[in-house]
Design a protein around this ligand. Structure first.
Ligand code: CP
Length: 317
C-alpha cells in the first residue's frame, strides 16, 4: 500500500479485518518493521484520538514519531497557487511539503473541509498535494471527505460485537451547535457499503449525503422508523452537502438526539460514535453510559486500525 485515503482502497476488507485482529492480539510482533523509520504526523486541525492512537500504533511498530501542529509553532502556510503572498502566511505548502517529506519515511495528514467551497473540499486539495509533492507514502488522519482510519476501527468494532451475520446498521444524523464536515458519515457509509450488512441512513430533509457515499443504503427520513430492529446505531452530526446549502446547519431539532426512548425501538442495539461527542445534543448521558455503548472500545480500536494500515505501508517501503 503506497497511500491510504479511503477505505475503498482495501482490496479485501475481510482480509484486512483479520489482519487487524492479529495486530490487536500481537501488538509488538512487528517491531522490526518500523526500526529506523520515521512517521511525521501533520495536523491542520485538533485531535485527541487520532493523535494518540496513531502515535501509539507507530511506537508499537518500532517507528520514531514527529508531530507537527501546523497552526501552533509552524509558519502559517499558504495552500493556494497563484496567490501574491503579501499577507500573514510566510510559507507556501509547495515548499513546506517536500521539506517535510525529506525528514521522514511516512506522512499522516489531518486536514478538515473548510465548508466554504464544496468543489475545493471534495477535490481533497491538501492531502493530494502531500501525495504529489512529498515523495513519501501519505495516509489520511481525516481529510475533507473521508476518515478511513476511523471507519476501519468502526468496522472492526461491529465485527467484534455483532450477534448475527448481517446486522442492521443505522447511521443517524443528530444535532450539534457547529457546522461539521461530512467526512465521518461519508467514510462510514463507504465502509458499510463494502459489507453485506443491512444499512439505513436517517437524517432530516436537506442533509442528504453525496450519492457516491450513500450507494445502495436505504435513506429513511423518519428516525424512529429507521431505529426499529437496529443492531447498531451510529450517531454523527454533519452539515448540509447539497447545493447552495453546502456546509450550513439547516436543523437544530433536539428531537433527533439519540435517547433511551428511541434506543428502546431497536434490537437492543449497540450505540457507536467516533468521539468527541456533545452529550445531550447528539446522545443522552443515559445512552452513552449504558452497557450497550461501544464508544470506548471503538476509540481503543483506533490504535489497531492505524497499526494495521501503517504495517501495510511499511511493508512496501
Ligand atoms: N474520532 C476522532 O478522529 O477523534 P479526534 O478528532 O480526537 O482525533
Amino acid at each position: 500500500m503506497k497511500h491510504f485515503t479511503s477505505i475503498k482502497q482495501l482490496e479485501d476488507l475481510g482480509a484486512t479485518l483479520e489482519a487487524a485482529k492479529y495486530v490487536k492480539e500481537n501488538p509488538f510482533a512487528d517491531q522490526e518493521l518500523g526500526k529506523n523509520k520515521t512517521l511525521l504526523m501533520i495536523f491542520f486541525n485538533s485531535s485527541l484520538r487520532t493523535r494518540l492512537s496513531t502515535q501509539k500504533a507507530a511506537l508499537n511498530l518500532g517507528m520514531n514519531v514527529i508531530v507537527l501542529d501546523v497552526n501552533q509553532g509552524a509558519w502559517k502556510l499558504e495552500t493556494e497557487r497563484g496567490v501574491i503572498m503579501d499577507g500573514d502566511k510566510p510559507e507556501h505548502l509547495l515548499e513546506a511539503i517536500p521539506v517535510m517529506g525529506s525528514y521522514c519515511d511516512v506522512i499522516g495528514v489531518r486536514a478538515f473541509a473548510g465548508l466554504q467551497d464544496r468543489d475545493y473540499d471534495y477535490s481533497e486539495t491538501i492531502i493530494n498535494q502531500f501525495i504529489k509533492y512529498s515523495g513519501k507514502p501519505v495516509f489520511s488522519m481525516e481529510a475533507a471527505t473521508r476518515h478511513p482510519l476511523q471507519t476501519l476501527a468502526d468496522l472492526l468494532t461491529i465485527e467484534e460485537h455483532k450477534k448475527t451475520a448481517k446486522p442492521k446498521v443505522v447511521l443517524t444524523w443528530a444535532p450539534h451547535p457547529k457546522a461539521l464536515p461530512q467526512a465521518v458519515p461519508n467514510s462510514f457509509a463507504e465502509g458499510i457499503n463494502m459489507t453485506d450488512y443491512e444499512f439505513v441512513i436517517t437524517h432530516p430533509h436537506g442533509y442528504e449525503l453525496d450519492p457516491e457515499f450513500v450507494g445502495n443504503a436505504k435513506v429513511e427520513y423518519d428516525q424512529r422508523k429507521a431505529f426499529e430492529g437496529a443492531d447498531f446505531i451510529y450517531a454523527k452530526n454533519w452539515s448540509a452537502y447539497a447545493g447552495e446549502n453546502y456546509g450550513k446547519i439547516l436543523c437544530d431539532d433536539r428531537d433527533w438526539t439519540v435517547d433511551e426512548e428511541k434506543m428502546a425501538l431497536t434490537n437492543n442495539a449497540f450505540f457507536m460514535h467516533c468521539l468527541p461527542v456533545r452529550r445531550n445534543m447528539i446522545v443522552t448521558d443515559g445512552v452513552i453510559e449504558s452497557p450497550q455503548s461501544l464508544v470506548i472500545p471503538e476509540a481503543a480500536n483506533r490504535v489497531v486500525s492505524a497499526q494495521t494500515i501503517l504495517k501495510e505501508i511499511l511493508r512496501e517501503l
